[in-house]
Design a binder for this molecule. Structure first.
Ligand code: NAD
Length: 271
């Protein structure tokens, strides 16, 4: 077991990639706090995983983020691993995007990672100073940190920010031995993408820019999150792993034809 007796918090772990990471961490011997806004799914996830606890958390709220870290430590002792995974999207033509929607996405995707990351890091530094081993932080970025999509301004900006946040945190926390890395997935089969997979044209478009020719599974991202949190990555910090980036062909891979924002367009343009 690569994470035996480690304590982890995974944000946005009620669904999708976060849930897969939480599941892998528990399987590797960790105790996991599931921090999510979705209480129904979060409670169910914690019950199904066993060595896990749900914490009602809005990562974009400073008090809620601080409380999540404090509660994790109260429940399990210290904190060794923090995974900033919670994320949302909003599709809109650049010229029509509202300030409120821009703020809403940045608040969860970027500010949330800062707030949870800072609260976790403060606790980890205190632990290091008391002689305990340093922890690790994993931020979930996206291929869209480096590949732009015309109608996903706040999402792309937030993920570009995550890559820089990862580097800044890595430099700041390196003196304590705390490692900070990120994962930038391409298209992963979570609920949002399942709807796309039934649409042949949308699927063709995604696969045309996916080197391995298939949509990834959440477990394949979770496996990387295990590696980054484990001692196998002990000499790795400040890096973003892009599992599928090498073959990305365009900086505007799925520009929508219409200016109208819709759920369908949003799903087509997820990555
Ligand atoms: P998802 O929608 O299945 O899960 C996101 C989770 O975040 C949900 O459980 C949701 O309740 C939670 N959440 C939303 N707002 C929150 C908040 N304010 N506080 C706490 N939790 C909140 O999405 P997913 O596909 O599993 O994506 C997870 C992460 O992976 C995101 O950061 C996303 O940007 C990134 N990502 C996903 C893909 C993909 O293809 N699925 C590709 C690249 C990157």
């Amino acid at each position: 077991m690569r994470l035996k007796d480690k304590v982890a918090i995974v944000t946005g772990a009620a669904h999708g990639i976060g849930l897969a990471i939480a599941r892998h961490y528990v399987a590797e011997g960790a105790k996991v706090a599931i921090a999510d806004v979705d209480a129904t799914a979060g409670e169910a996830a914690a019950r199904s995983l066993g060595n896990a606890r749900f914490l009602a958390t809005d990562v974009g709220d400073a008090a809620s983020a601080a409380n999540a870290i404090a509660e994790t430590c109260r429940a399990f002792g210290d904190i060794d691993i923090a995974v900033n995974n919670a994320g949302i999207i909003h599709a809109a033509d650049f010229l029509e995007l509202t300030e409120a929607d821009f703020d809403r996405v940045l608040r969860v995707n970027l500010k949330g990672a800062f707030l949870i990351g800072q609260a976790a890091a403060r606790r980890m530094v205190t632990q290091v100073k008391s002689g305990k081993p340093p922890g690790a932080i994993v931020n979930i970025s996206s291929i869209n940190a480096v590949v732009a999509i015309a109608n996903h301004t706040p999402y792309c900006v937030s993920k570009g920010g995550i890559d820089q946040l990862t580097k800044v945190m890595a430099l700041s926390l390196a003196p304590y031995g705390i490692r900070v890395n990120a994962i930038g997935p391409g298209s992963i089969m979570t609920d949002i993408l399942k709807a796309v997979a039934t649409d042949k044209e949308a699927k063709r478009r995604i696969l045309s820019r996916t080197p391995l020719g298939r949509i990834g599974e959440p477990e394949e991202i979770a496996a990387i999150a295990v590696f980054l949190a484990s001692s196998a990555a002990s000499y790795m910090t400040g890096q973003t792993i892009y599992p599928t980036a090498a073959g990305s062909r365009s900086t505007t891979p799925c520009r929508s034809r219409s200016r109208r924002s819709s759920d369908t367009q949003r799903m087509y343009s997820w990555t």
